[in-house]
Design a binder for this molecule. Structure first.
Ligand SMILES: [Fe+2]
Length: 178
């Protein structure tokens, strides 16, 4: 099945109890992803814009269930399961890879849509931020032990490499210039 339309994505977010702030964040991440995807499509990369838009809008669909279960299974994996069950396996696969620590396992097998959704999520909360600002917020929220802070710092340097990989190929849109 092709990826869900924008209306369907918004319906799915509501169905799975995404509050207003998460919906707003998801739309902002989608905006960043679309800016990057369109520019890359002018170059040699071939980005599936329908898939990119759906996966960026739905990337946090597992957040509410993850909170309910007090974090036993990560929100990326829960989002993956939800979207598999809803009949969108391709979108599910992109959503699975977006959580911050997933980059530490290596991204050689990531698709271009996987990379853009991961990176765009690290450039926006409810507004567009720099990678530094976004990671400062992540460290504040989740860096409750020195080991966790160190792990997030590693993620940040990998995200910086990904930023170089994606943005050096394009004319960076002014909205996302640092
Ligand atoms: Fe997110």
């Amino acid at each position: 099945m092709s990826p869900p339309s924008e209306d369907k994505c918004l319906e799915l977010l509501k169905k799975h109890d995404a509050p207003e702030n998460i919906q707003k964040h998801c739309k902002k991440v989608r905006d960043v992803a679309v800016l990057i995807g369109k520019e890359l499509n002018k170059e040699r990369d071939r980005v599936d814009m329908e898939l990119l838009e759906a996966a960026s809008l739905l990337h946090d669909i597992g957040k509410m269930k993850a909170k309910e279960q007090s974090g036993e299974v990560g929100h990326g994996d829960l989002g993956y399961r939800i979207l598999q069950d809803e009949g969108y396996p391709e979108t599910a696969s992109v959503v699975r890879k977006h959580p911050v620590v997933k980059i530490l396992k290596g991204i050689d097998d990531w698709t271009i849509e996987d990379k853009i959704v991961y990176y765009s999520d690290k450039r926006a909360r409810e507004d567009i931020l720099s990678l530094d600002e976004r990671f400062a917020g992540l460290i504040e929220s989740y860096g409750d032990t020195p080991a966790k802070v160190e792990e997030l710092e590693k993620c940040k340097s990998k995200a910086r490499e990904l930023e170089r990989e994606l943005l050096t190929k394009i004319d960076v849109p002014s909205e996302i210039k640092n």
